[in-house]
Structures are given as structure tokens and as C-alpha cells.
Design a protein around this ligand. Sequence first.
Ligand code: KIV
Length: 264
Amino acid sequence: MKTTIQDFLKKKKEKQKIVMLTAYDFPFAQIVDEAGIDAILVGDSLSMVVQGLENTLPVTMDEMIYHTKMVSRATKNAMVLGDMPYMSYQAGIEDAIRNGGRFLKEAGAQGIKLEGGREVAEKVRALTISEIPVMAHIGLTPQALHRMGGYKVQGKTEEAAKRLMEDAKILEEAGAFSLILEAIPAELARQITEDLTIPTIGIGAGPHCDGQVLVIHDVIGLFERFTPKFVKKYANLKEEAVKAIKQYKEEVEKGVFPGKEHSF
Ligand code: KIV
């Protein structure tokens, strides 16, 4: 049975943690789903970890739909959320609804995620009214990279923290069913989490959030360019893969592979 928004809210009420990961294609989504993760985010982080680009800004709506389709096809239980890429909602409410709707209509997602505080509240409201469940995202919002001047911890001053607390409340009131808190102090994340009835999902926001999300390539050791402080690497698959492929190469070169058992 697919995880629902109601399951998210129930988990918050019952103080059970919500566990999320990103995935971008069929085999990874199948692995994440089999591991019992509650929700898969097809993040615009795919721009960096799959497409090899510098930041998340270039990935297009059509590319996001292409990847979300693969993830939905592989997923039996986890909720699938499509991440609204840069410029798919910034220009207006109509864009937001049309592009958000594509994730549900074409790609089989159960909802969408978008970045921003009070400035996107009207879009969150319009999406929610259009039956497109919204996970909001505040704190470090990578699509605002150039305004923020880099990937920096947010909400460190009293004024910035107050603004983030207000944003969280405004987004909840606008209809968001959940809220990602990225790279903010743990104490601020605790206050926001206690203040809201919708669950908070942390990434670099400490242990007090209602759930956690990470980028799968970071978790299993497939992204080497940089590792944020908040990432814990649970495996080193890049190393394992290079080892396996080197062995294959050596065996082909020495005539060990293919053996009799692989031949007709
Ligand atoms: O794009 C992404 O993967 C994200 C998560 C890391 C929250 O926004």
C-alpha cells in the first residue's frame, strides 16, 4: 500500500520518524522501495548527481518528468514526489499548476515539492486547491544559490530565524502537507517542528524534525564532488563498482571470462 499524506500526519502525531530518500531511476527506486523508505523525492538534485551539472538550476521540467516516470514505475509502497525545477513555478500560478499537474498526470507522482517561503504561499494554495499535494522547502533552498551566495547554513541570526518560523506557519496555512527544513540550526528546526501540525523533514537540520531526507548518491557513496557536513555515508558503492569492473576487465584480457558456464 502506498504511503499517503494521512500516513505522514499520523506518524507526526504518534512521534514515529518519517524516512525519505531521493531516487531518479527504476533500479534505485526499486532498492529504496524494497528497503521500506516512506517517500521518494525525485529531486532536482539529479541535475548534479545524475547529469553531472554544476548546480540544480539547469534541469528541465521534461527531464524531471522522464525521471519521475521511471521512479513511479518501480515503486510499490513509497510515496513519490516530483521536485519542481527552477523556473517551472517562479513565473506565476498558472505555470505552477500546469507543471505541478504534469507530475501527477504524466509521471505517476502523488505530490510535488517546491522551494521558498512566504513568496510561494499563493502558489502552494493554488496547487493544493488543484488537488496537487505540496511539500514545501525552506532554509537552504538550492535554487536560490545566487541570492544566498553559496550553499550556506540559513536562519543563524535572530531575525532570519524569526522569518523562517513565520514562513513555516504561512506555508502550513497555505496547505502544504509537509515541510523540508534544509541546513538550519537544530534548535530552530525543533521550534518550527513543535509549532506546526504538519511534519517537518530535515536535511542538515538536526535530530528534532519529524523525519529526515538525504540524497541517495551521498548515502551510498556515488557522489564525490563534495560531501556536506550533514551527510552520513552508509556505503561506498563507487569503490565497489570500480573494483568489480577492474576484475571484469582483467578476466576478459586474460581469457578467464567468459568461461564454459557462460558459453553455449
Ligand atoms: O533536490 C533534492 O534532492 C532536494 C532534497 C535534498 C531535499 O531538494
